[in-house]
Design a protein around this ligand. Structure first.
Ligand code: URA
Length: 230
């Protein structure tokens, strides 16, 4: 990793402040003063600023149980954002991996690892997502078959990929989809002539929402959870 990025990831210094301390020859790698912010740091090397070693903070990964009313964007003038619920050092460097609508709840993944985020959420990623869905009117007898055949969404050229559902009661089901189109679940049920009343995400890939997390709570992902999407 570049030295300036390494420092800004691991301290309170911004990237430009990190560049400044490097250029002022205050930074050393393994006791050798470095003045090039682009100098690479290897994982086993020790970086010091004015002689004090800094501990490298690697990429960070969290799961949040998103409550209703919170938006999945990094800045919003009106509403609380998901990132405002993450009380971590330099939380402005974090990004949301796969949005949930303001009224949707459940599993939201948050990271500062852009590549990991992209792998999980790019339109070409076929990472499965599981939702608990509550509908306004009764589940139709033909829904499972229509979802499996691929629903045609209004305004889309191609049908959705096959989805599978498991009925829970007359108005509730769990739905597994392999895409993340804009408002996908709501549009799928609109295409079937119904209306989504509640939407809660419980799984992305093999990462399950931790049932110990109250709405608004978050925790770091375990190394196994992170690796499951690498
Ligand atoms: N699909 C939707 O329609 N909304 C969400 O929040 C997530 C998936």
């Amino acid at each position: 990793m570049r030295l300036d990025k390494y420092i800004s990831n691991s301290t309170d210094l911004s990237r430009s402040e990190a560049k400044r301390v490097i250029k002022h020859s205050l930074v050393a790698i393994d006791d050798r003063t470095i003045s090039d912010p682009a100098q690479k740091v290897a994982p086993n090397q020790i970086v010091t600023i004015e002689g004090a070693a800094i501990r490298h903070v690697g990429n960070r990964y969290f799961m949040l149980n998103k409550p209703a009313g919170v938006v999945s964007v990094s800045k919003d003038k009106l509403h609380t954002t998901a990132l405002q619920l993450i009380y971590e050092h330099r939380s402005e460097t974090l990004q949301i991996a796969g949005r949930l609508d303001i009224d949707s709840t459940g599993l939201l993944l948050i990271t500062d690892d852009g590549k990991w985020n992209h792998r999980l959420t790019s339109p070409r990623s076929d990472c499965a997502k599981l939702y608990s869905v509550g509908l306004a009117t009764e589940i139709g007898a033909d829904y499972a078959q229509k979802l499996a055949a691929g629903v045609q969404l209004e305004g889309e050229k191609h049908r959705c990929l096959p989805a599978s559902m498991q009925q829970i009661d007359s108005h509730h089901l769990s739905l597994q989809i392999a895409e993340g189109k804009y408002h996908q679940v709501k549009r799928m049920f609109a295409a079937l002539g119904n209306h989504v009343m509640s939407l809660h995400r419980t799984q992305i890939g093999s990462i399950l929402l931790d049932t110990d997390l109250e709405p608004g709570d978050y925790r770091p992902l375990t190394p196994a959870e992170v690796a499951s999407s690498q």
